[in-house]
Design a protein around this ligand. Structure first.
Ligand code: ADP
Length: 928
């Protein structure tokens, strides 16, 4: 190494190492002389014989050999061969004594790089020849390396089982491997320089060209599966195309690797076809099932309907028993068919959810009622709890939600021997689209489900206890239907269970929120705030739920687990000077039951005037009348809804609730409902007038039937959109008329909405109405908003629930008529109110006269009906002093205490006198 002026070290050029094999010393010296004359750096080694030359080649590094052909131990061209045998490709310059072209040609052919006649040698020619020999050898070496590498590359690419090809940027083939030639049937040599347009149909070639250009332009890899028809037969190939880049990273062409995937593609297509065929078959099967179920249902409905009609005729008791068996079997067969129909509809993709706004607590509360009765019959407690975060009104398919709830709670009752069933609703989350993900839970204390069945029971026809020892009935379709419905609601369903201890079924669903009203507080809670209430229930869950609800209204509850504890707390509170105002008590309790508790309270002088509301899961009429006899203010079926509990408390406490302000807005929506054809079944003249006036005012046409029998007949002979049905009617009551219409519909088809009109005071009527086949409920006296909401629930966009308000059932004390209330009842229509007052004036003496007769005849039923009619006409006037008396008369008539009736009638007559005088004055003055 030596330093240059920059101070950087430059590598010194290596001297060229020359081996001279020459036996003539003179010649050798001459060569040495010429070499030293050149400017190049050389090292020179000398051998006099071939043997010593070969030895030197073996032991030292040599760049070039200068070789005399005639040596003592070797002569002629063989010398070159000997050198190359030792060091192949070593640059070799031959020095000859004679200048012969032929010899020079032979020497070069033998592998030497040059041939110099010694006679012509000089410094330059020697120098040039040595350099040339080295360069040429070097080039030869590079070329041979390249050739080797290319041969290796080609060998590799040719042995690949995939087709490889390369094209330049103009789309001309520059390379193709053996596999390509075999796949396409083209000789590789024949395609080089050609384009796809020379080999494939135009459209295919154009596609290849487009793909190539895409790759060349983007520089990106491209992968696809495509049809290849290069050799005339169609094949599927998977292709990977990529750009070819040169040493400067410039894209100079494209290359493709592709391989035959025809078999795979065929298999995929066959699989898809098989899958589609299977789906078609499954759909056809489901459609067949749906048609079959429908076909079976139609005659079955006739069997059930006819059996019911036959039951109404005169029969021997044996005939009646047989008929009841036909009816029960028909109904259970119908429920199986309904399940199959639903399931096959879902499977065939024909079931869509119908979304409508509904009040969650009301709607679910209604679903719970018949289930509560069923649970009660099996001596099970059914509780229902809503977390306070659950929104008030949501949008969803209430009918399908009901189907899931009824199924899960129904199963819980079916598979539980003792204990309780808790239904709970909470919110999992609220989405950014203001949808609530609701979480429903049904917990039971029943037989539980084995771990290996917890998944399969959600499949069709799967039951945990399948086999010949089956203990419980059922089709195994219920949970499968629930699972599919939950799926449609965007939710999940699952079960947790401990064998022998019980199960908890969970399901979730997505419900857009319409009204959050999170606390779900009814209006007017200030009226009950601060009231002390004692809750007696043997079921801890129920106590907790009731406690939470009444607390949310600001009441002051205390809890007792049985009647004795309850009595003790009542006495303690009384002695402490902070007595309870209200008792909420369960009816069926171990030890002292509800009735005994109430009896004990009524027998205690300090507590006997206690206000009492009973919660019961028994629908036996005796239970009800026993409670009435003990002057119970309210009687609610369990599980109790918040709204009805609130109503019952308000009624018990005798506090008035204002008409909800918010409802006024609904009145503006009247015109939104299309004109409906309504059948009104109502016997009371005043109610008829009011209902007709309101309905006609809202643009509906009304046909009147004055009793249930006529209602059924009118319905049969005409078509209506809606039936509004009074419950108490002569000849045939509303419940019976509804049952008949529903029976006939089973034969004729269709389903007309039937709305019950019943006195709000009779809580529990609502359940009877729904059981009879009615779809809705509105309380009497008719309240504009409630009636409107109920109708809108069927034909408009408003929530289907009935308003949570109660009927004002307060007793005014000053004996006057509340004209503003009365006017409000008539939607502000003064003429209508004057008409109604006139009817009241006409009817009242007749009704009083009828009461005289029925009481004299000791006819409790007729007395009740007449008193009830008076209640109806009175309520149009708003709260009046006569209401309380007529209610007592109704109670006396139903509880069989007819001996009290004459006194009550006398009192009623007095109060009605005052009212009729006022009404007469008003009618005369035509001024309120
Ligand atoms: P089924 O008509 O047989 O009741 P389902 O699909 O509703 O059909 O239920 C399938 C099976 O799941 C039932 O037969 C029962 O073995 C099991 N199962 C469902 N609910 C419960 C439960 N609450 N407790 C125990 N087992 C249950």
């Amino acid at each position: 190494m030596r330093a240059n002026c920059t101070g950087r070290e430059q590598p010194m050029p290596q001297p060229i190492r020359i081996l001279l094999i020459e036996d003539t010393l003179e010649d050798a010296n001459l060569v040495r002389h010429y070499l030293t004359e050149t400017e190049e750096a050389f090292t020179l080694d000398h051998a006099e014989t071939l043997a010593t030359g070969l030895e030197k080649l073996r032991t030292s590094s040599v760049d070039v050999v200068l070789l005399d052909l005639d040596l003592p131990d070797s002569e002629g061209l063989g010398t070159i061969m000997a050198i190359h045998a030792e060091s192949p490709q070593l640059p070799l310059v031959v020095l000859t004594s004679i200048a012969s072209r032929d010899l020079a040609a032979s020497v070069i052919q033998e592998g030497a790089q040059d041939c110099l006649p010694k006679t012509n040698i000089d410094s330059d020619s020697l120098n040039r020849s040595v350099r040339y020999a080295i360069e040429r050898t070097h080039r030869q070496r590079v070329e041979s390396t390249l050739e080797n590498s290319e041969a290796r590359y080609r060998g590799l690419v040719d042995s690949l089982p995939v087709c490889v090809l390369q094209k330049d940027l103009d789309g001309r083939f520059i390379f193709a491997n053996q596999a390509y030639s075999e796949f396409t049937g083209h000789d590789v040599n024949n395609i080089l320089g050609k384009t796809d347009f020379d080999l494939s149909p135009n459209d295919v070639a154009q596609k290849f060209r487009d793909d190539d250009q895409k790759v060349a332009k983007s520089g990106k890899l491209f992968r696809t599966v495509e049809v290849n028809t290069t050799d005339g037969k169609t094949a599927w190939v998977e292709v990977i195309k990529s750009p070819i880049r040169d040493a400067h990273d410039e894209i100079v062409g494209t290359q493709a690797i592709f391989w035959d995937v025809t078999e795979r593609q065929m298999a995929v297509e066959a699989l898809t076809r098989a899958k589609e065929a299977a789906e078609d078959a499954s759909r056809a099967k489901s459609e067949f099932l749906a048609n079959m179920s429908h076909e079976i249902r139609t005659p079955l409905n006739a069997v059930i309907g006819m059996a019911e009609l036959l039951l109404d005729t005169k029969l021997t008791s044996t005939q009646r028993d047989y008929l009841k068996m036909i009816l029960e079997s028909g109904e259970s067969l119908l429920s199986v068919i309904n399940d199959i129909l639903d399931f096959s509809k879902i499977e065939a993709g024909k079931l869509d959810l119908i979304s409508k706004s509904f009040d969650l607590r009301e709607t679910v509360g209604d679903m719970m009622k018949p289930l509560g009765v069923r649970a009660g019959t099996n001596h099970l407690e059914l509780t229902c709890h809503f977390d306070s975060a659950v929104p008030a009104v949501v949008e969803g398919d209430a009918h399908r939600l009901r189907q899931i709830v009824v199924n899960l709670v129904g199963n819980a009752i079916k598979f539980t021997e003792v204990g309780e069933i808790d239904f709970d609703v909470s919110v999992d989350s609220i989405t950014t689209e203001n949808e609530a993900i609701l979480h429903f839970k049904v917990r039971d204390t029943g037989i539980g489900i084995p771990a290996d069945k917890r998944q399969t029971i959600f499949e069709a026809f799967e039951q945990a206890d399948s086999g010949s020892t089956r203990q419980y009935g059922g089709t195994g379709l219920g949970l499968a239907i629930c699972a599919r419905l939950v799926d449609l609601m965007d939710g999940h369903i699952w079960v947790e269970s401990t064998l022998g201890q019980g199960s908890t079924f969970h399901f979730t669903g997505r419900f857009p929120i319409k009204e959050s009203n999170l606390a779900a507080r009814p209006e007017g809670t200030n009226r009950v705030q601060g009231t002390r209430v004692l809750i007696v229930d043997d079921n801890a869950t129920n106590r907790i739920i009731l406690d939470e609800i009444v607390r949310s209204w600001g009441m002051r509850p205390l809890l007792a687990a049985d009647a004795d504890e309850g009595l003790m707390l009542l006495q303690e509170a009384h002695s402490a000077g902070d007595p309870f105002t209200l008792l909420l008590t369960d009816f069926e309790m171990p030890g002292k039951n509800g009735l005994e508790l109430i009896q004990a309270i009524r027998d205690m002088p300090d507590l006997k005037n206690m206000l009492i509301t009973v919660l019961s899961s028994s629908e036996r009429p005796t239970t009800r009348s026993q409670c009435d006899a003990l002057d119970v203010s309210g009687f609610l079926m369990k599980p109790v809804k918040q709204s009805e509990l609130f109503d019952a408390i308000v009624v018990a406490l005798g506090v008035e609730l204002p008409e909800s302000e918010t409802h006024d807005s609904h009145l503006k929506d009247h015109e939104k409902l299309r004109p409906l054809k309504i059948l009104l079944a109502e016997d009371n003249l005043a109610n008829q007038r009011l209902a007709i006036a309101l309905l006609e005012k809202w643009g509906h046409s009304v046909t009147l039937a004055v009793n249930g029998k006529l209602a059924v007949e009118t319905w049969r002979n005409d078509t209506f959109d809606l039936v509004i049905m009074d419950i108490q009617m002569p000849e045939m009551d509303g419940l019976e008329a509804t049952r008949r219409i529903r029976n006939l519909e089973r034969i004729r088809g269709g389903h007309i909405p039937i709305v019950a009109m019943t006195a709000h005071a009779l809580a529990g009527d609502r359940e009877k109405c729904l059981e009879a086949g009615m779809d809705g409920y509105t309380s009497k006296p008719l309240r504009i908003h409630e009636l409107y909401d109920t109708i809108a629930g069927f034909f408009g966009d408003q929530p289907t629930s009935v308003s949570t308000e109660s009927s004002p059932s307060i007793i005014a004390t000053d004996g006057t008529i509340d004209w503003s209330h009365a006017l409000h009842s008539c939607d502000g229509d003064r003429t209508l109110l004057l008409d109604l007052l006139q009817i009241f004036l006409d009817e009242t003496p007749l009704l009083l006269k009828r009461l005289d007769e029925t009481i004299a005849a000791n006819d409790g039923d007729a007395t009740y009906r007449t008193a009830h009619t008076i209640t109806g006409s009175l309520r149009i006037l708003g709260p009046t002093p006569a209401n309380e008396v007529v209610r007592k008369l109704e109670q006396a008539a139903t509880s069989g205490s007819m001996q009290e009736a004459p006194a009550l009638l006398a009192e009623l007559r007095q109060r009605l006198d005052i009212l009729t005088k006022k009404a007469a004055e008003t009618v005369a003055k035509k001024h309120f």
